[in-house]
Design a protein around this ligand. Structure first.
Ligand code: ATP
Length: 363
């Protein structure tokens, strides 16, 4: 079955004077999906969202919502619901009045208001709070009211800009799960901006990695993590970060300052097929580096810089001959002292190789 497109951006550019906030972005947003825009500060995520909402004028390109060209349509005519970081509720109104407000300004009948508020409040488990004022609510409860207010109309698109960022860590995790369940059960098409990877990975059907006003990769969270298409995505997604080694590729092997690493046959084949490449970046995630106290086949000698027990796992920072440290994420059973000699080896199938010049992934 073909998935229906709910909204599209076609060659969208937004400049603020000489700053190019969004640079020729094309993107289809599918009906019912949870699309997360993830990227560092200043990458253009919020501007993309504001363009969709109609809060910014396009410099170039077209935006369609449900096949209607909306370039010149003001926000109120786009049938979009928004939840922002500062979930401004009206302080003098009760929860009920806050929830009903979007229907009130659209002059909907009293009976409809009562029914919709009751439905939404039940979904969000805030039925008991309807008579309270916002200042009598916890942060999480306020957040749910803000979500409820966005959900009260059946909007075409939900746009959310870091809606959980004002909550404490525990509540964020809880609200994240609730948001996910809610969005799936309602089937609302949602575009969600965050710079928090965990949020992106857990909430998204698809993640768009944004950098310098460009979508670097648009894929499922698993694809983004396991098959990053360039060095930026590889380094940005994953915490702690992927280890990178500068190396030279020759005949089935990558040689770095620290080791000569023989590659699996199928990886060699892909590198050969790729064509002429010499200088490469070998990328290995911390969980794909194994450490041990005894020498095993294919292991390289290294020294512990510091070892940190995190509870469920241990982070072993180590170095080879130089000063640069690398990281292995290993079982909490492993413990080692500072400067202790260890052996490190790589999970051969899990490695990434990037062209050093273009930074594009070859493997
Ligand atoms: P953050 O995570 O920090 O919110 P972001 O990815 O949402 O960042 P944007 O807010 O979209 O980034 O900003 C993208 C670029 O556009 C930045 O360089 C920013 O300084 C610039 N910019 C955004 N809004 C304006 C504005 N109204 N006037 C001038 N420059 C702007």
């Amino acid at each position: 079955m073909e998935t229906a497109v709910k909204a599209s951006l076609k060659n969208v550019t937004k400049k603020f004077d000489e700053v190019v906030a969004v640079n020729n972005v094309s993107l289809d947003i599918y009906e019912g999906e949870f699309l997360v825009l993830l990227g560092p500060s200043g990458s253009g995520k919020t501007t993309l969202l504001r363009l969709l909402a109609g809060l910014e004028q396009l410099t170039a390109g077209d935006i369609y919502i449900e096949e209607t060209l909306v370039n010149d349509l003001p926000p109120r005519h786009r049938n979009i619901a928004m939840v922002f970081q500062s979930y401004a509720l009206y302080p003098h109104m009760t929860v009920y009045e806050n929830l009903a407000y979007p229907l009130k300004i659209r002059k909907r009948p009293e009976a409809e208001k009562r029914q919709r508020v009751a439905e939404v409040a039940e979904r969000l488990e805030i039925s008991e709070l309807l008579k309270r004022k916002p200042k009598q609510l916890s942060g999480g409860q306020r957040q749910r009211v803000a979500l409820g207010r966005a959900m009260i109309r059946q909007a075409n698109l939900f746009l959310m800009d870091e809606p959980l960022s004002n909550l404490d860590a525990k509540l964020r995790v809880q609200m994240r799960a609730e948001l996910r369940r809610l969005q799936k059960s309602l089937g609302t098409t949602t575009v969600y901006v965050t710079h928090d990877q965990a949020e992106a990975m857990t909430l998204a059907d698809r993640v768009a990695i944004v950098n310098n006003g460009v979508i670097q990769q648009l894929a499922s969270p698993a694809d983004i993590y396991f098959h990053p298409i360039n060095r930026f995505v590889a380094g940005f997604v994953g915490s702690p970060q992927m280890n990178f080694f500068i190396g030279t590729y020759t005949q089935g092997q990558i040689t770095t300052d620290h080791f000569a690493y023989p590659l699996l046959a199928d990886i060699t084949q892909k590198l050969e097929e790729h064509g002429k490449v010499e200088k490469v970046l070998l990328g290995i995630r911390p969980e794909d580096i194994e450490v041990g106290k005894t020498q095993t086949e294919g292991a390289y000698p290294a020294k512990v810089y510091v070892s940190e027990l995190m509870g469920a796992e241990t982070f072993v920072f180590f170095h080879f001959s130089g000063t640069e440290t690398f990281l292995s994420r290993t079982s909490p059973d492993f413990s080692a002292n500072m400067d202790e000699d260890i052996w490190v080896s790589f999970k051969d199938k899990k490695i990434h190789v990037f062209d050093y010049e273009t930074e594009v992934a070859i493997i």
